[in-house]
Design a protein around this ligand. Structure first.
Ligand code: KGT
Length: 277
């Protein structure tokens, strides 16, 4: 199975982003990919609440999602919309940061709302308050596919190892981490965390990312770290996409999951943690 990671510099215009993503989906399918993954908030990178309120829609009315489903069906590919920002069901006023897995017939087979909110002051000049705009999800999601069970996560979730362990112990062989990682944390944390999650679980870790300078919003330019990555179940880096947008392919071998877990079966060696109460 060939997977393709799309590295994007999404703008705050969902219609323009759709045109870009559809072209890249065709390029990925042309390169033989049967599973294509996009980064966090592929439909709209924006920190401007008024702009988001104007352009974002509930999932069922979102033209970006509809267009991507149509393209996936036309190409006959599996598609992970790493995440899309969508309006939540009332009365929740905040948006959902939602990962959608789309089957080759265009149907949505799994949806996961990002659980951990990035409420962090990375430095004097870099502060994030994700929970102000987004409502966190409260359940993990494992999706069955012909290439194995896929555990859905998003970006900052990466720092919470228990989620990945639970997904792997529930049967995941692929873990997805679509992201818009911050330039202040990416250089030191992104790759080691992705490798740790792969090593701990014996899963493939697929992490398509936003990259570069996004449209200025409310006077501030949003920057993201890029470096979309694929890690194999032994923890080796299969792909580092650098910082330019593009389509990046990797080969997935289900046998590699079995082999990594045979050599290092730590996933079955859990002990209860006692003595701290
Ligand atoms: O706000 C949006 O447009 C979409 N959401 C994001 O970009 C989120 C919250 S600001 N980014 C992260 O989770 C980065 C985590 C990170 O960088 C780390 O864990 O170090």
């Amino acid at each position: 199975m060939r997977a393709a990671l799309l590295q994007l510099t999404s703008s705050d215009d969902p219609a323009a982003n759709l045109v870009t993503v559809r072209a890249m989906l065709r390029e990925a399918a042309g390169q033989g990919a049967g599973f294509v993954l996009t980064p966090e908030v592929s439909n709209c990178v924006s920190t401007d609440r008024a702009r988001q309120t104007a352009v974002l829609r509930p999932e069922a009315e979102d033209a970006f999602i509809a267009g991507c489903r149509e393209e996936a069906a036309a190409l006959g590919i599996w598609l992970l919309l790493g995440s899309v920002a969508v309006k939540s069901d009332p009365p929740e006023p905040r948006f959902a940061n939602r990962s959608l897995l789309i089957a080759p017939d265009g149907g949505i087979v799994a949806r996961y709302d990002k659980m951990h909110m990035f409420d962090v002051q990375v430095s004097e000049t870099e502060t994030y308050r994700e929970s102000a705009g987004f409502a966190p999800g409260d359940r993990a999601v494992l999706a069955q596919t012909p290439f194995g069970a896929v555990g859905l996560t998003v970006c900052y979730d990466l720092r919470f190892a228990y989620l990945y362990r639970a997904l792997a112990q529930a049967g995941a062989v692929v873990l997805t981490v679509p992201s818009a990682f911050s330039p202040g944390t990416g250089p030191d944390h992104w790759q080691p965390l992705l490798q740790a999650r792969a090593i701990e679980t014996g899963c493939y870790v697929l992490a398509p990312a936003q990259t570069g300078s996004h449209a200025a919003q409310a006077g501030k330019t949003r920057r993201t770290y890029g470096h979309s990555m694929a890690i194999d179940p032994w923890g080796r880096v299969l792909l580092d996409a650098g910082t330019e947008p593009g389509v990046f392919c990797v080969e997935l071998d289900p046998g590699a999951v079995t082999e990594a877990r045979r050599r290092l079966p730590s996933l079955t060696h859990d002990r209860a943690v006692r003595g701290l109460a």
